[in-house]
Design a protein around this ligand. Structure first.
Ligand code: BDP
Length: 324
């Protein structure tokens, strides 16, 4: 056979192989977040997407749907369980209904500070809790920062627990949060995040509770101008992956996704610290007032919540408290 013929065939084989790999459709993963572009959690996911794209040579793309486009947290968690959503950044709070043990991370004053929380989450306890999610169809990839949750109200500031008496306070769909409100004397109103602004505006609720960036981003500050630093909870965010999707990935792809999520967690924490400062400045400029009640009074009141959940998770609670 002529040399030029063999050479020609080889060129064609090469062209064919290259064009095949170039056109092999990438896997596109759907990622949900109920915050808007610019919020630290969404920016964290964006970094994760870039790292995954780069490390898989474009074979895995992550398409982010911010602003609760794919539904409220409870709905998106259900869809993640089913595999209709591949990646989901949510608060741990709504996860409690699916994986009861995660309730521990949402207990009032379980963490002494942000530093304590990250020591726990980055250590063996945090890792074990992420692993435990897999029994319910989720792969826990990483935690994100969400600061501490504080009350904000429409008519008067909360200076002590008795100020909450009879007030309708919106809470996340988490049984612990309902009990916390009851213990403090308020009437809890579980409601999706997206509905809170109009509920505050129309007087359906008297207040809500969240960190400063959410208070600002959602414009809740426009209608509820009193923000009281009681810091009742420090509930982290979590990046979940559907186990259905995870099972379709190769070991290399899994490693890349996990690594990218962990890297994005550090980036999100950095963005978080900036965002808290920005939010405080912005809402102050809009006339919001900050109050610093005696936290001990609130800690005293929420003790019954520990009695209720403490029985099941006594050991875990002790372990968390023992982390220095
Ligand atoms: C914010 C979380 C968001 C929650 C929201 C809420 O980032 O994902 O769902 O609180 O209160 O802090 O529902």
């Amino acid at each position: 056979m002529k040399k030029w013929f063999i050479g020609g065939v080889m060129v064609w084989v090469l062209v064919f192989a290259l064009s095949f790999s170039a056109f092999a459709a990438p896997m596109v993963l759907k990622a949900a977040d109920d915050h808007a572009n610019g919020y630290p959690t969404v920016e964290g996911l964006k970094l994760m997407a870039k790292v995954v794209d780069y490390m898989t040579n474009g074979q895995i793309k992550i398409k982010i749907y911010p602003g609760a486009q794919l539904g409220s947290e409870k709905e998106t968690i259900e869809q993640t369980q089913l595999g209709a959503i591949d990646i989901n950044r949510v608060s741990v709070s709504p996860v409690v209904a699916f994986v009861p043990k995660t309730a521990v991370l949402t207990l009032p004053y379980i963490f002494r500070s942000g530093k304590h929380m990250w020591k726990v989450l980055d250590g063996p306890i945090g890792k074990k809790l992420l692993d435990d999610l897999s029994s319910k169809g989720f792969i826990g990839l990483a935690y994100y920062d969400s600061g501490a949750r504080n009350f904000y109200t429409v008519k008067k500031p909360i200076l002590e627990p008795s100020d909450l008496k009879g007030l309708k306070i919106r809470v996340q769909k988490n049984p612990v949060m309902i009990d916390v409100m009851k213990a403090l004397g308020a009437s809890p109103v579980p409601m999706a995040f997206e509905e809170v602004y109009s509920a505050l505006q129309s007087g359906v609720i008297d207040g809500a509770e969240n960190n400063e960036p959410s208070y600002w981003e959602t414009s809740h500050y426009e209608v509820a101008k009193y923000y009281s630093y009681d810091g009742h909870t420090r509930i982290p965010e979590v990046v979940l992956m559907s186990k259905v999707t995870w099972n379709k990935l190769t070991p290399d792809q899994r490693l890349i996704i996990k690594t990218a999520a962990v890297a994005s967690s550090y980036y999100e924490r950095y963005l978080w610290a900036q965002m808290v400062k920005k939010a405080i400045k912005a809402v102050k400029a809009a006339g919001c007032k900050f109050f610093y009640p005696n936290v001990k009074l609130f800690q005293e009141k929420v003790k019954p919540v520990y009695e209720k959940y403490g029985e099941n998770y006594k050991k875990l609670i002790k372990e968390i408290q023992a982390v220095k």
